[in-house]
Design a protein. Structure first.
Length: 504
């Protein structure tokens, strides 16, 4: 019998390289051994099967040599890597260790190269001049013991007041009792800042009565100008706490009646966040959000960046953009303080990326950070604020918070973000107190999870950044004008508070 020979033609596979100095490129599609990977008009031959979002070597890399992506090192080769070979945890390792020394090199001199355009949205202008993207009543329990009480009040009130306000929501948590010192202070600061949010036309604070997080102490952290929109309820002192709570919510709603008016980007406060990232997040979704951030800051709006551990390895890019030495010093303090937080608990500062990130093609924390920081665009860093604090500076602000999706997104809302742009390559259903726009890094996720995803950043690969930025900004303006996000339609509205101290 004559043997049959099967000839398989090499497929042409797209890959992306951000900077011409990069020694790796990221695959846009799954590739197999023998495929030709095309980058910048040149092609290389794949040496094995590699999944979309993963990296392939564009040149030979010697053992110990830096691997370059985004024009910066993302770690070093742990063995020799040949051109066309898969680059991941089997041959690439982080170079991060502990704290680092940094030097201020002068205030940022960043030319305004982005035109803000004339984008507008329909927002709720409050008496203090701030603008909300929703007109809701928020119920904040001081302690986990009354979480279900707060939820019962919200459910009953939401039905009764559906024609008066955009919604009634209880934001529950397990904290507020058996907490001490800075741990209790953090819980109190987050709740106080949430109580000041412009998306809340009124706030009901529900306490039990015997908890560490006393209502009086919480009220003391809320500015006097905000207190007319606050009501309180102590469950232990009430005959029927649900009935009384509903009456207080109805009173707040009657005082919160407000109409949307046309406002510009100077009235928008954008929180930027990534979660469940993949190898394409830093190539599509994050730089796309960065371009929107530039439009907002150019229009005198505000952008808030957080996730301090996901700056490690990329912090120098922000330090170069510090507006002045005070901002620089605060940035250094937050970054090194967070590194010490890891070290004090016996953990390496490079204990990231997550298993999902790794499966999606991200290998080291440097790689993750260099991709993540792009969400902040190119504006000068105007301010650095602590956990639980509220942003007050126009332009770009860095907020102290961990990378955890729920904790950092809650901190963004507490800092005053009236919309959160949440990029993801793996997907998540989570939503937070303010409209949370889920932006997929790849079109496959957007197609598979239309119930989670609001915008497909994979369009960048075919339509380019300019057209896709316009499309995303249009979608954001529709959402902040009242269109529901997928998370809002699904009833996904959560908070999480950073627990750092002992529990009694």
């Amino acid at each position: 019998m004559t043997p049959v020979t099967t000839v398989v033609e090499a497929r042409m596979i797209r890959a992306l390289r951000i900077d011409r100095s990069d020694t790796v490129a990221t695959l846009v599609d799954d590739a197999r051994a023998g495929d030709a990977v095309v980058v910048d008009g040149a092609s290389i031959m794949m040496r094995g099967d590699v999944a979309r979002g993963h990296k392939v070597a564009m040149r030979d890399v010697a053992t110990g040599q830096d691997v370059i992506k985004y024009g910066s090192p993302i770690g070093h080769a742990t063995r020799a890597i040949a051109i066309g070979e898969h680059v991941h945890g089997h041959n690439l390792a982080t170079a991060l260790s502990g704290q680092a020394d940094y030097a201020f090199e002068g205030g940022a001199d960043i030319a305004a190269t982005v035109a803000p355009g004339n984008a507008t949205f329909q927002g709720y202008r409050r008496a203090d001049g701030r603008v909300g993207t929703r007109n809701e009543i928020w119920i904040l329990p001081t302690v986990g013991c009354v979480a279900r009480t707060a939820e019962r009040i919200a459910v009953r009130s939401a039905v009764a007041l559906s024609d008066v306000v955009d919604g009634v929501h209880a934001f529950t948590h397990p904290h507020g009792c058996s907490q001490l010192g800075l741990d209790l202070a953090g819980t109190r600061a987050i709740l106080a800042s949430l109580a000041c949010h412009p998306n809340a036309g009124g706030v009901l604070i529900v306490g039990l009565g015997c908890e560490n997080n006393q209502i009086a102490a919480l009220l003391a952290e809320i500015p006097a100008w905000r207190r007319p929109a606050i009501r309180t309820l102590t469950a232990q002192a009430s005959g029927d706490e649900v009935e009384e709570g509903c009456a207080l919510v109805a009173e707040l709603a009657a005082n919160a009646v407000c109409e949307r008016t046309t406002v510009g980007l100077d009235s928008l406060v954008v929180g930027v966040k990534c979660g469940g990232s993949d190898g394409l997040s830093g190539l599509t979704a994050n730089p796309l959000v960065g371009r929107v951030s530039d439009r907002v800051t150019a229009g005198n709006g505000r952008v808030i960046l957080t996730e301090i551990p996901e700056l490690f390895g990329a912090e120098g890019l922000l330090m170069h953009r510090a507006a002045n030495e005070r901002v620089f010093d605060r940035l250094v303090g937050v970054v090194n303080g967070f590194k010490q937080y890891f070290l004090d608990h016996g953990e390496p500062v490079s204990e990231n990326p997550s298993p999902g990130n790794i499966a999606g093609g991200i290998t080291t924390l440097e790689e993750k950070s260099l991709g993540a920081v792009q969400k902040a665009g190119r504006a000068a860093l105007a301010d650095v604020i602590g956990y639980g604090e509220r942003a007050t500076a126009d332009g770009l602000t860095l907020l102290e918070a961990p990378g955890n999706d729920a904790v950092s997104s809650t901190a963004l809302a507490a800092a005053g973000a009236t919309v959160i742009l949440f990029t993801t390559g793996r997907g998540t259903p989570l939503g937070f107190p303010v409209p949370t726009v889920k932006i997929s890094s790849n079109s496959d996720l957007a197609a598979r999870k239309p119930g989670w995803i609001d915008f497909d950043a994979g369009r960048v690969l075919d339509d380019g950044f300019d057209a896709t930025t316009d499309a995303l900004l249009d979608r954001i303006c529709s959402i902040v004008s009242g269109e529901e996000t997928a998370a809002e339609r699904n009833g996904e509205r959560e908070i999480a508070i950073w627990k750092r101290g002992v529990t009694l």
